[in-house]
Design a protein around this ligand. Structure first.
Ligand code: P6P
Length: 333
């Protein structure tokens, strides 16, 4: 395959997209630079003694790992200088971050999970960066407010993720299909490796933390039982695959088909609505899933139509092959 860079792909294939402006291309290339810095540290984590926690807790009440602290700082530092953003919002920060006046500002808003799956860093399991790009709603000369930030997923201009693993990948959509790029470390470029990614109508894998079985409601236990059941009418029980790193589990689901589920559970009464975050995890991955022909639901609503009430709002997530998601959410009606 001819070597196509992200910039070339945006110019060639995304020119119809409202996102394919020079500013957006510049934004995505700055995001790529930040990801390369993160990738370098992730690859050397064991050697640079930046494994392990910092001893602090983040806004989610989770122990902050050194690498995800580094990733968060690298993204904020790079992206607030991109000239394309008016604000950023990170899974690691309680509030959104307006781009300081001293920097050139644009009309885009970047929402991100800097290093998803960070609890797996110490055991060398894939981790990733998930990003969502919105356009502000208020005039450029006004201060950014939560009205600009709390937009439903259908308003996303672009979304995607970086996956740091055996190879480092970028998968993104601007609303014109899903495209995968693989980092060629010899030249330091992400090159098109998976054009027009499509997810099967139905797969053979279900992905969920079965250890939460006793904390699920009856609908969830029935939905999971359907995929693993002998008489599910699907020819055979599905195989269970669960990495425990959302980006890795989602990427496999995108490539092989099937369903990833993180339903609501009653393990921690103070988190009654599931573990995953709407704005920096579920919504961007739902945009990718739908653009690849899949689906994403919270069990009752299309993820992309949920109006966020808070920046760190959590939702149950059923995402993957369209028919598998439909089968699962049928148990919640
Ligand atoms: P559990 C990682 O900490 C994460 O946020 C996601 O990447 C992953 O899907 C989920 O949590 C795993 O959660 O409860 O199965 O360990």
């Amino acid at each position: 395959m001819r070597q196509i860079t992200v910039t070339e792909h945006l110019l060639l294939h995304q020119k119809k997209s409202p996102a394919a402006t020079g500013t957006f291309t510049h934004l995505l290339n700055d995001l790529i630079l930040a990801a390369k810095l993160i990738n370098r540290s992730v690859n050397k984590a064991g050697l640079l003694d930046i494994l392990g926690g910092t001893g602090e807790m983040n806004v989610q009440g989770e122990a902050v790992q050194k690498l995800d602290d580094y990733a968060n700082r690298a993204l904020i530092h790079r992206m607030e200088r991109s000239g394309a953003l008016c604000a950023l919002a990170s899974e690691e920060n309680a509030d959104f971050i307006p781009v300081p006046q001293k920097f050139t500002r644009g009309d885009y808003i970047l929402i991100f999970d800097p290093l998803d799956g960070s609890s797996n860093i110490d055991v060398n399991i894939n981790v990733g960066t998930i990003f969502s790009i919105l356009r502000r709603k208020s005039p450029s000369d006004q201060d950014v407010s939560y009205d600009d930030i709390l937009q439903p997923g259908v308003e996303q201009v672009a979304a995607g993720y970086f996956l740091y693993g055996p190879s480092t990948m970028l998968v993104y959509t601007t609303g014109l299909g899903v495209h995968g790029f693989t980092l060629d470390p010899t030249v330091g470029e992400f090159l098109l490796s998976h054009p027009n990614m499509r997810i099967k109508e139905r797969g053979k894998y279900y992905s969920i933390n079965e250890g939460n079985h006793h904390y699920w409601d009856e609908s969830t236990q029935k939905a999971v039982g359907y995929f693993k059941g002998k008489d599910n009418g699907l020819g055979a029980p599905y195989s269970l695959r669960y990495v425990g790193s959302l980006v890795a589990d989602f990427h496999r689901t995108l490539l092989y088909g099937g369903i990833f589920m993180y339903p609501m559970d009653y393990k921690q009464p103070d988190k009654p609505r599931g573990k995953l975050r709407l704005m920096c995890e579920a919504s961007p991955l739902a945009f990718v899933a739908e653009q690849a022909g899949g689906a994403a639901s919270d069990g009752r609503r299309r993820i992309l139509e949920i109006e966020p009430q808070a920046l760190h709002e959590r939702v149950p997530l059923f995402i993957g092959s369209k028919e598998d998601v439909a089968s699962a959410i049928g148990y919640y009606r």
